[in-house]
Design a protein around this ligand. Structure first.
Ligand SMILES: CC(C)(COP(=O)(O)OP(=O)(O)OC[C@H]1O[C@@H](n2cnc3c(N)ncnc32)[C@H](O)[C@@H]1OP(=O)(O)O)[C@@H](O)C(=O)NCCC(=O)NCCS
Length: 318
């Protein structure tokens, strides 16, 4: 047996994102259900969200975000040999999104699989991509978080309709002499699988809001701290904290316990809503685009959601 050449580290080489053009405000929602802007902003922190029309698919959004990440990395499609899409809202189970998106981007016959770890999916996929690069299984990996939650939300259910949204974010991962993606800390709580679920194929996403809120605000900050510790990074060295954009109150609660006062906290949820596996790369890519974070800074990513699942790691911003 021969061991392939391995890379000392993996790093993010480029980021990209895409959001549908259609903006849905809280006042728009209040026209169709018993809710209001004040309640939504104070309980969830969302002012507006993006919702894709029927004509725009999850794969469409993933392809645009992936193409932008590829352009930002400076690589050509031929140089990518693995594509991973993190998603939990495909319209149908097969084919997977990864092979479709790869084909549309002109990436020739890459390994292609989807990851379903719900809102933690991007962090799981990023860790898998980094391991593939470091282990010699792939040279360059396109990792995409893409969701069309609007097709799994009951637009008459005010406990979910005010939260979820559509979008995509992507990263290209490649080899590096020095590590740019820290060790992942991941786990799950299957005993709480009922807390966020789509019960069958004829159903919509339902959640026990308070169960999720309690779990997220009490059990995740140690995961964030452990991800820093395993990367050898003190929270005071972080340039950014980019948690899953679940709910602004959850984000603020975890950020307080992290104690990284100097770090920019991602609050993309205010204008993007909760886009599940897309929210972390979408938020980080938009922060970089707006100049809120700089290339070379360290960002702590922390995904969490249905399963229940969670995963976090420190990355160097490309
Ligand atoms: C969903 C969530 C915002 C609900 O907030 P909450 O404070 O738990 O709200 P409750 O369900 O206890 O309801 C409180 C009151 O607001 C009302 N209410 C619920 N949803 C409402 C809405 N969209 N608009 C207006 N009023 C609403 C309820 O009817 C209730 O009224 P009452 O006190 O007169 O009975 C909150 O539980 C939450 O954010 N959970 C985490 C969800 C999450 O992050 N999910 C994504 C994970 S990836």
């Amino acid at each position: 047996m021969k061991i392939p050449d391995v890379a000392p580290g993996g790093r993010i080489l480029g980021l990209g994102h895409y959001q549908p053009a259609n903006i849905v405000t809280n006042d728009d929602l209040a026209k169709n259900m018993d809710t209001n802007d004040e309640w939504i902003q104070s309980r969830v922190g969302i002012k507006e969200r993006r919702v894709a029309p029927d004509s725009e698919s999850l794969e469409d959004m993933a392809t645009i975000a992936g193409g932008k990440a590829l352009a930002a990395s400076g690589l050509s499609p031929e140089e990518v040999d693995l594509v991973i899409v993190a998603t939990c809202t495909l319209e149908t189970q097969i084919p997977n999104a990864s092979a479709v998106v790869a084909h549309r981007l002109g990436i020739k016959a890459p390994g292609a699989f989807d990851v379903n770890a719900a809102c933690a999916g991007f962090c799981y996929a990023l860790a898998t991509a980094s391991a593939a690069v470091r282990g010699g299984a792939a040279r360059h990996v396109l990792v995409i978080g893409a969701e069309k939650l609007s097709q799994w939300v009951d637009w008459t259910d005010r406990s979910t309709a005010v939260i979820f949204a559509d979008g995509a974010g992507a990263a290209v991962v490649g080899p590096s002499e020095t590590p740019g993606i820290g060790p992942v800390v991941w786990g799950s709580a299957g005993d709480k699988s009922e807390a966020i679920a789509i019960k069958d194929r004829d159903n919509f996403l339902r959640q026990e809001g308070q169960t999720v809120f309690r779990w997220a605000t009490t059990t995740l900050h140690p995961v964030a701290l452990e991800a820093c510790e395993r990367a050898g990074v003190d929270p005071s060295e972080l340039a950014a904290f980019v948690p899953h954009q679940a709910n602004l109150r959850i984000i603020e609660a975890i950020a307080r316990k992290l104690g990284a006062d100097q770090a920019v906290i991602a609050r993309d949820i205010v204008h993007a809503g909760n886009t599940s596996a897309a929210s972390i790369p979408l938020a980080l890519s938009r922060m970089l685009e707006r100049g809120e974070v700089r290339s070379g800074g360290l960002a702590l990513l922390l995904g969490f959601g249905a399963g229940l699942t969670y995963a976090g790691q420190v990355v160097e911003i490309p």
